[in-house]
Design a protein around this ligand. Structure first.
Ligand code: NAD
Length: 247
């Protein structure tokens, strides 16, 4: 579904991002994953190469909250592969601190990675996509971007902002043949969720209409659809993959 396309996936070393990378590679894309540390990037690359030594995958670890570093890394991908067809902004941190314990620094940390870093990556990538005649940007939102959450206000605020970026840029960049969408996962079985006590996972699952948490593969499939030509007329969409959690 993505034969010959070049993709960047931030936060691609584990969890949902890693599954997006695998899915894109399995569908013929060349992928550069961005992680936060050399060690985790190398580990992820080794795992992927072990699965299929023919996959064209590389890794970088720019500081995503530094606009200049991100720009440099994006330009390096364009230099190496000649184009950038897909940019997935997936790296993110969550937060559940109650308001009365919240600090300004904690709020900044969430906004810096979940919102500003998304903008920093889009800026150089969109220019490249415009020059080459089009492209596709997919941001990772969350079901809390629709429902909010009872503590840790920085996290839903950041994901509401991601939706705002997505919908607005879809309107602005449509004329340049750049589609901009987001995927809004519900509770997904990444390290974060797997580490929770079984009872907690059961209680969460019971409230979900599909009665279970999502698998990272199920979320990655939405990223595959949105990146593919099957979604050629889909832009400005926030696609929920949450078992109807927010319904
Ligand atoms: P995860 O913690 O397993 O992975 C997060 C990824 O982001 C990792 O690859 C990590 O290296 C990267 N990252 C974290 N801090 C970074 C930093 N400072 N600089 C660069 N990279 C950094 O989490 P996940 O569950 O796979 O989450 C991925 C995305 O999905 C996030 O945007 C998250 O908000 C969103 N999401 C997750 C869930 C869920 O239930 N797991 C639900 C809704 C949305």
């Amino acid at each position: 579904m993505l034969n010959g396309k070049v993709a960047i996936v931030t936060g691609g070393t584990r969890g949902i991002g890693f599954e997006i990378v695998r899915t894109y590679l399995a569908n013929g894309a060349k992928v550069v994953l961005f992680g936060s540390r050399q060690e985790t990037v190398e580990k992820a690359l080794a795992k992927l190469k072990e699965e299929n030594s023919g996959w064209e995958v590389e890794g970088k670890f720019p500081k995503l909250t530094d606009a200049a570093e991100v720009e440099r890394a994006v330009l390096e991908v364009k230099e190496k592969f000649g184009r950038i067809d897909i940019l997935v902004n997936n790296a993110g941190i969550s937060q559940s601190t109650p308001l009365y314990n919240y600090t300004a620094e904690e709020f900044d940390k969430v906004i810096d990675l979940n919102v500003k870093a998304v903008f920093y990556a889009i800026l150089p990538a969109a220019k490249i996509m415009k020059e080459q005649g089009g492209g596709c940007i997919i941001n990772t939102s969350s079901m809390v971007s629709i429902s909010g959450q009872p503590a840790g206000v920085g996290y839903p605020a950041s994901k509401f902002a991601v939706n705002g970026l997505t919908i607005s840029l879809a309107r602005e960049l449509g004329k340049d043949n750049i589609r901009v969408n987001a995927v809004a996962p519900g509770v997904t079985k990444t390290d974060m969720v797997v580490a929770l006590p079984e009872e907690t996972v059961k209680a969460i699952s019971a409230r979900i209409p599909l009665q279970r948490a999502g698998e990272p593969e199920e979320v990655a499939n939405a990223f595959l659809y949105l990146a593919s030509d099957l979604a050629s007329y889909v832009t400005g969409e926030i696609l929920s993959v949450d078992g109807a959690s927010k319904a």
